[in-house]
Write a protein that binds this ligand. Sequence first.
Ligand SMILES: [Fe+2]
Length: 294
Amino acid sequence: MCSVLTRIRPIHRAVALSLRLGANTEGSSYAATQSRRLSPGKNSVVDLQRNARFYCSRMAKTEGLLFRQLFEVESSTYTYLLADTNTREAIIIDPVLETIDRDLSLIEELGLKLILAVNTHCHADHITSSGLMKKRITGLKSAISKFSGASADILLSEGDKIRFGKHYLTVRETPGHTDGCTTFVSADESMAFTGDALLIRGCGRTDFQQGCAKCLYDSVHDKIFTLPDDCLVYPAHDYLGQTVSTVGEERKYNPRLIKSKDEFVEIMNSLNLPKPDKIDISVPANLVCGLHGL
Ligand SMILES: [Fe+2]
């Protein structure tokens, strides 16, 4: 039995490459446009944004849990670091290739032992650093949904528990943006890492990578909106600088998901978004933990 997960199925290992991405979006084109509009003089703030480390004081209320929200500017991706303050065991959610040095430096500075790099789904807009992290940290394992089609040490299923020290996250399968989308929920249901299934006042697009608007609607309503109102929602992206929401807020104010299912499907089918810039590079790479070729 693995100490990281209640169930483990080792599969084949990743292979090598280093690719870098430019900006693109898996959210709405409106949000991306706003992001650019709100970020004049981008070069002057890129370093600050790239190295952004948000600390949520709410998390201090969960005894013995260390939490950091990290930001990658080119794809507006949030990476999350969670650790047991006693055992120092840590996991990282959705790490990005461009910020691997920042993330590993922080992990070292905090004296943490990173045991798992897990992705909420196979990303289309950036390359995960989980494979490269495995090369730099002995014993580190990778994980992703068994429905993602991607390689990893651990393939996740509904109800699996991702353990680190005395803490754990429970896996909820939330397909719709992709077949292999998962949401990770803390043991006390005080926070949910929703990937691209539920964004702040938005949701992931459903027009590529097995996207299914009906499935996404059911996933959010059945697996996320059933959590407590005060459960914190930590998405995989935000293009407007919003860092966190709650289930109650999204149930009340999410402009898409408060609609009926038929209306939601119509909205999603009418977005007409451009394809993410790097989808043809990032998806093949993410199918092998972000490492592609030898
Ligand atoms: Fe995505």
